[in-house]
Design a protein around this ligand. Structure first.
Ligand SMILES: Cc1ncc(C[n+]2csc(CCOP(=O)(O)OP(=O)(O)O)c2C)c(N)n1
Ligand SMILES: [Mg+2]
Length: 769
């Protein structure tokens, strides 16, 4: 008769085994069973999965509640799918199609997987850090009364040990310390192996010091109960074991019991005699594999003891635990061959043909206990519905002023919104990496205050020292101040931009930074977009138009970055009324199921505002461009300009129009949208629809052979592609070299963005080809 299951621990151990089998089998099936038409490597990481099945079993089937959110290390994705398969929320079909089109994704994906994935992962380090910012957002929402205290959850990151080399993790914990973050569990799968080999020993001792100095508790789970017990009885063996370098330890795990015995005999001799006598080779291998991260009792105890202090668990594991390549330094992408898989199947009691049975091999009373535990599991089984379309975005008036810069207008718009109040204003949360004041968020912050969980006095104000800027914080503040770490800005925007999904409450996050420093956090920005987080990114100043402030701060290629970045819409206004329209649209897109995030590229250049005779420009500006000066039907050329250089374009147009009949001036507000519309129009035509895109409609106003002079304070490639739409000749003006300091006149002349350059380019276009 089968021994009845009496404890959850035993059921958890069975689940650990099931997860190890199902994850290995899912990967095996994709690589060795499913048809492979194109012969491309499919891949998967059986060893990285086997490393963490016990940790994940203890978490998901014991420790976690429905409000807890987890970022799973990318290569353990199949374990997460196996967990949901056991819970009934993942289908066999999706697992059979792992890494196939429409199947379970290689790495957990919020948007593409059908199971609830709290945070997408893939680019290592980012999934770890976003949990910290999500925890901060939770604190923000509860402090603002937008979320019940009772609904608070923990934020868990499952981390590969090599992942800890990513610098963004340390930027995040430094920021976290300032904000006194809590409810974080970061669990390191300390298998001492990376992708290439075993990892360096020396650094690891430093990690706990770094975390502790940022206010974290560090819990090391080095030994399982059995190993601890055995080493406790043999101090010499313990000393020896503890000094084994990573590479040696991994090699011994791979080689197994005979190797352990030979090595101990050589190095400890008689001191280990009784210990070796008590253990045969198999027992030796099993004992030394009883590390903390594989010992269910140790894991459950550690999780039960943890509270809301940010905690780093360092769980020792073996990469590939229980698989034939356990501990081998090359096992990262290693796949079991069919013979090895068959042996594992036998060993795990899985009958041939029954590989997908969730509880295959779990018999009699054990099955009842495991089923009961699965039923009792509290984690969310279903994907949370995304909520959109609930917040009314009021009209955004254009700030008054004949001359103004888009950056100043941005500050004014936020100030006006704040003063007017209302739901949108209350849901806006701003954030900036130490450039709050210099990006014109100051007036908004004076109105709405800084956010801190605890009060922070405005010392200068208390001392009655004159300052334009209030700098006191409370838990009602709406600006989250960040240190100068742009990656943190994007992770903050990602977390706040997912507040609707994660917490059921929409925020309207606005992040500001200098345009060139987008590149500093580019992968984090991509990560935010990949998860479909929604926010406004306000980048200012930009281009060489910032003039005397210097070459190192001048930006050239962000419009090209935006052109290639899915999920982010680039708008570049020339005038304050365009900006007001774009901010309205940006807010609307945040709360639209089919929306996206918006990148506003702004400038400090004060320019004469344009007189409008009607509102027709508005729809064009939001679609990517409009004719600021209408072209004639027979026009042979047009000036095409974007953003801060519009005054040069207007002046040149004025000067040239007598000589070039019908010359038009096309104002581009979003090369990104125009390009997207163009390619979408092409695709639609291939499927039989006829839909001229906005850019085609704009350019169709010109004679077929008309040339275009394009002008942008950015890489000329941002606009030069326009010539391809209808096969027109283009003279592209823009910035191709790193800028220098100087007055605008000097710089525009040197970089050929001035009236002379436009006139010359038009003249050249008019010459016969
Ligand atoms: C930013 C980034 N760089 C490189 C990679 C490629 N990569 C994937 S996993 C990995 C090493 C992972 O080692 P570890 O974090 O220890 O995870 P393990 O599989 O050992 O659990 C690397 C370099 C990546 N996914 N992301
Ligand atoms: Mg590792």
């Amino acid at each position: 008769m089968l021994k009845p299951i009496t404890t959850d621990i035993e059921a958890l151990k069975i689940i650990d085994e099931r997860l190890r089998w199902l994850s290995a089998w899912t990967i095996h099936h994709a690589n060795h069973v499913r048809d492979n038409d194109d012969g491309l490597k499919v891949g998967g990481h059986q060893a990285s999965c086997a490393s963490m099945t016990a940790i994940m079993a203890a978490l998901y089937f014991h420790a976690l509640g429905p409000n807890d959110r987890v970022a799973v290390k990318p290569h353990a994705g199949p374990v997460l799918h196996a967990i949901h398969y056991l819970l009934g929320s993942q289908s066999r079909e999706a697992l059979e199609n792992f890494r196939g089109f429409g199947g379970a994704q290689s790495y957990p994906s919020r948007t593409k997987d059908r199971i609830p994935v709290d945070f997408s992962t893939g680019s290592v380090g980012l999934g770890v850090a976003i949990t910290l910012f999500a925890s901060l957002v939770q604190d923000y929402l509860t402090a603002h009364g937008r979320m019940d205290e009772a609904d608070r959850g923990r934020f868990v990151a499952l981390i590969g040990d090599a992942e800890l080399d990513e610098g963004n993790i340390y930027e995040a914990i430094i920021e976290g310390a300032k904000h006194d973050v809590r409810n974080l569990w970061w669990i390191v799968d300390y298998n001492r192996q990376s992708l290439d080999a075993t990892s360096a020993d020396r650094m690891f001792e430093r990690f706990d010091e770094i975390f502790k100095s940022c206010g974290w508790r560090v819990v090391e789970l080095r030994y399982g109960k059995k190993l601890k017990d055995a080493l406790g009885k043999h101090p010499a063996l313990e000393d020896w074991f503890e000094t084994l370098p990573n590479a040696e330890l991994s090699a011994l795990h791979y080689q197994g019991g005979t190797a352990w015995r030979a090595r101990i005999e050589t190095e400890l001799g008689k001191k280990a005699g009784s210990f070796l006598k008590d253990h045969d080779d198999e027992a030796l291998a099993a004992l030394f594999a009883d590390l903390g991260g594989h010992c269910m009792e140790s894991l459950v105890e550690a999780f039960d003891a943890a509270d809301d202090v940010p905690t780093l668990f360092i769980a020792w594991t073996i990469k590939g635990f229980g698989l034939p390549f356990a501990g081998h330094k090359d096992n990262h992408a290693g796949l079991m061959n069919p013979t090895q898989l068959a042996a594992l199947r036998e060993r795990m009691g899985v009958r041939e043909g029954q590989e997908w049975e969730p509880l295959e091999g779990v018999g009699g009373n054990a099955r009842t206990g495991v089923e009961a535990l699965i039923d009792r599991t509290r984690i969310a089984r279903d994907k949370r519905a995304r909520s959109f379309g609930t917040i009314a975005v009021p009209a955004i008036p254009t700030p008054a002023g004949d001359e103004q810069s888009t950056q100043a207008a941005f500050g004014r718009i936020l100030l006006d919104l704040s003063k007017a109040g209302g739901d949108l204003a209350d849901r806006i949360v701003t954030t900036s990496p130490d450039v709050t004041v210099s990006t014109n968020l100051g007036a908004w912050v004076n109105q709405r205050g800084l956010f801190r969980r605890g009060e922070m006095a405005d010392v200068f104000a208390q001392a009655k020292i004159a300052s334009a800027q209030k700098w006191g914080a409370s838990n009602k503040g709406q600006h989250i101040e960040l240190g100068i770490a742009e990656s943190n800005l994007f992770l903050m925007l990602a977390a706040a931009g997912l507040s609707g999904d994660l917490f059921g409450t929409r925020l309207f996050p606005i992040g500001t930074l200098y345009d060139p420093f987008i590149a500093r956090g580019l992968d984090s920005l991509n990560y935010a977009c990949y998860q479909d987080a929604r926010f406004l990114l306000v980048a200012t100043p930009s281009g060489i138009t910032l003039g005397p402030e210097g070459g190192a701060h001048q930006s050239i290629n962000p419009p090209l970055i935006a052109l290639g970045q899915p999920g982010l819409r680039h708008y570049e206004p020339a005038y304050a009324d365009e900006l007001a329209a774009m901010m309205h649209e940006g807010f609307r897109l945040i709360d639209d199921p089919d929306g996206e995030s918006t990148y506003l590229r702004l400038s400090t250049r004060s320019v004469q505002q344009i007189e409008r005779t009607d509102d027709a420009w508005r729809a064009g500006a939001l679609a990517g461009g409009y004719w600021l000066r209408e072209p004639g039907a027979d026009a042979e050329a047009a000036v095409v300009a974007m953003g801060a250089v519009m005054p040069e374009a207007l002046a040149a147009w004025d000067e040239l129009r007598a000589d070039v009949p019908g010359l038009g001036l096309l104002a581009i507000t979003s090369p990104d949208l125009l390009h997207r519309g163009w390619t979408a129009g092409q695709a639609a035509r291939w499927s039989g629809q006829r839909n001229a895109s906005h850019v085609e409609q704009l350019l169709s106003r010109l004679a077929p052979g008309a040339g275009l002079v394009t002008l942008a304070d950015a890489a000329p490639a941002s606009l030069s592609w326009l010539g391809g739409v209808r096969g027109q000749r283009v003279a592209p003006l823009g910035v191709e070299k790193f800028g220098q300091t100087g007055s605008l006149a000097d710089l525009y002349a040197a970089y050929r963005l001035d009236g002379d350059a436009i006139t010359e380019a038009v003249a050249e276009l008019l010459l016969p080809a």
